[in-house]
Design a protein around this ligand. Structure first.
Ligand code: NA7
Length: 551
């Protein structure tokens, strides 16, 4: 190890910093990584493309952007002080509040001196002789580091669809994941939105409040559940603080982060939906509908593994959609039919369906009337032109592998991460890949990623890597990397679970096929956090034997 006596980076002759750990990204994961590894006595530096901390919450500043997990569940758990000092104001925090929280964390923990902003990492090259990574921006080399931590996020590389004529449009174009910092003037304008996933579902009602006309181009009708966002009361805040230890414990053996149901901490239901009578099921679904939020993940254990169980919930939600929309043709187009419920992420809805009852809002079903092209004046679909002043792409992300494959990462023998991930995530536990020694991936492709709580998963990964680094120090290892055999085993296990689940029955970013031409395969680990944590612990307990270690 090359830890300096003071923990400060050591500059080499060329002015390039020499570090123990370089971190890419200063979102949720990057911030905690800086804090954790600095405390461990390592010299660290993080590089961030944005001008401030926040990651997802820095970039996704479109109107209506907010978290779909309760604010209290989307908070760091490693520091009691941070938990005590920060007060969330809404049940589901807005983008602005989330970014304020991450700014607070960065300031409170004095992380900013370790972060270089406005710096996009474009190349990361491994030098096998030195066992070091060199990170480059477009300006040249920035640092050399023994370890490189990829805190680049699961949903951070925007997906801009390849629609003919996309560059010809004469109006304004925006993507939800790269929204301008200054407000976009929509008042009285003819606005079009392509995409009706979580981002579109949040954005559309807000745009409708301002636009003169709003045309929504929908390819897939999604299942949207009322979020029922509201200001947090002191009582509920205290209740969540008081139940934190139990919540944390439940989170180690459950799916996702939806453990407060109707304002009470709730155990995941371990029963099949098919064991319950129809009346019991409806009562359960109604209870959760009235609670608000995406808490159906924990309502029955087999909703994602048994098509009949899944259909009971799907039909319940379809009926709710029918009750909300007045125009018969629009209603039918909005009822989701082509995928199992939750096989695409549920969308958290605030007035989404009601928006289509407004006279100035039009839904264009682009399954029936495919988008032909973007014209200078607007969108052509089904042979008809829809003239627009502003066109908004809410078309999501090249999820999972996208954030890493956009960087030219070259490992041992010039092997690139683009080649390595060409068929989807190829790594062990979603954390390390063969041929990329000491490259640690946090909350990335092949991990439980967005299926689990992103903050808890970041903490889990970063702590695990921290112990791994300590182990290497104590035992004189310079490098650690996945073996190809361990990769093959992990990928086959991950693939088996995906194939046996209903997640494989939808064209979603969970399985990569939201991107044109991509083969279907799990971008995330779908086996649940209990099995994942067991495997993480086992990998550590046997002295990292499934990894190749070098001295
Ligand atoms: P999503 O969930 O991937 O949604 C993207 C939407 O864009 C979805 O409705 C897509 O339709 C649509 N899309 C993508 N390409 C096209 C083209 N070419 N034509 C028409 N429509 C298109 O991304 P979000 O940003 O909404 O949410 C991502 C996650 O962020 C979310 O799950 C939360 O976890 C937070 P499709 O369904 O593919 O037919």
């Amino acid at each position: 190890m090359t830890v300096s006596a003071t923990g400060a980076p050591v500059p080499d002759a060329g002015g390039v910093k020499h570090l123990d750990i370089a971190i890419v990204g200063a979102g949720v994961a990057g911030l905690y990584a800086v804090h954790k590894y600095r405390a461990q006595g390592c010299s660290v530096a993080a590089y961030e493309a944005g001008s401030d901390v926040g990651g997802t919450w820095y970039w996704n500043r479109y109107p209506g952007a907010r978290i779909d997990v309760e604010s209290a569940e989307y908070s760091y758990t490693f520091s009691e002080d941070l938990r005590r000092e920060w007060r969330w104001t809404e049940r589901y925090a807005s983008q602005a509040e989330l970014q304020a929280y991450l700014r607070f964390v960065a300031d409170r923990l004095e992380l900013r001196p370790h972060i270089t902003f406005n710096t996009r990492i474009e190349r990361i090259l491994y030098d096998a002789d030195r066992a070091e990574w060199t990170l480059y921006s477009s300006e040249g080399p920035l640092c050399r580091a023994r370890f490189c931590v990829m805190a680049t996020g699961f949903l951070s590389a925007p997906n801009m669809p390849n629609i003919p004529g996309i560059g010809d449009f004469k109006g304004e174009v925006h993507h939800t994941s790269n929204w301008p910092k200054t407000p976009v003037e929509l008042t009285g304008k003819r606005v079009g939105v392509i995409g009706t996933g979580s981002s579109g579902v949040q954005l559309i009602p807000k745009v409708a409040e301002q636009a003169g006309t709003l045309t929504v181009f929908q390819r897939t009708a999604n299942f949207c559940i009322p979020l029922r966002n509201q200001p947090l009361t002191d009582d509920y805040r205290e209740y969540q603080a008081g139940t934190f230890p139990d919540w944390k414990e439940i989170s180690t053996r459950s799916f996702g982060a939806f453990h407060y149901v109707n304002f009470e901490l709730s155990e995941p239901n371990g029963h099949s939906a098919l064991e319950a009578s129809e009346a019991e099921r409806i009562a359960e679904y109604e209870y959760r509908w009235n609670s608000g939020g995406l808490c159906y993940f924990t309502s029955y254990k087999d909703l994602m593994f048994d098509a009949r169980a899944n259909e009971t919930l799907a039909e319940f939600v379809r009926q709710k959609v029918r009750e909300k929309v007045t125009d018969p043709e629009t209603r039918e187009a909005l009822v989701p039919r082509d995928h199992p419920i939750m096989a695409k992420r549920l969308c958290g809805d605030t007035n989404y369906y009601e928006t289509f009852n407004l006279p100035h809002v039009t839904l264009v079903d682009v399954r029936k009337n495919p988008i032909d092209c973007i014209s200078p004046a607007g969108v052509m679909a089904g042979g008809q032109e829809y003239p627009l002043d502003v066109l908004i792409f809410a078309t999501g992300f090249d999820a999972g592998t996208g954030a890493m494959t956009r960087i030219d990462i070259q490992g041992r023998d010039g092997r690139t991460i683009r080649e390595h991930f060409a068929e989807g995530p190829r790594n062990v536990l979603g954390m390390m890949a063969a041929g990329f020694p000491n490259l640690f991936i946090v909350d990335g492709p092949g991990s439980p990623g967005a299926f689990y709580n992103p903050i808890l998963l970041s903490e889990l990964h970063i702590d695990w890597f921290g112990r791994c680094i300590d182990y290497m120090r104590r035992n004189g290892f310079r490098t650690i990397e996945a073996t190809e055999a361990a990769e093959a085993e992990w990928m086959s296990h991950s693939r088996d679970i995906c194939d046996h689940s209903l997640f494989s029955k939808a064209k979603s970013w969970y399985v990569g096929v939201n991107i044109e031409g991509r083969k279907m395969g799990p971008q995330l680990y779908m086996g649940g956090i209990t099995e994942y944590s067991r495997r993480l612990a086992a990998a550590e307990a046997d002295g990292y034997a499934q990894f190749a270690r070098g001295r």
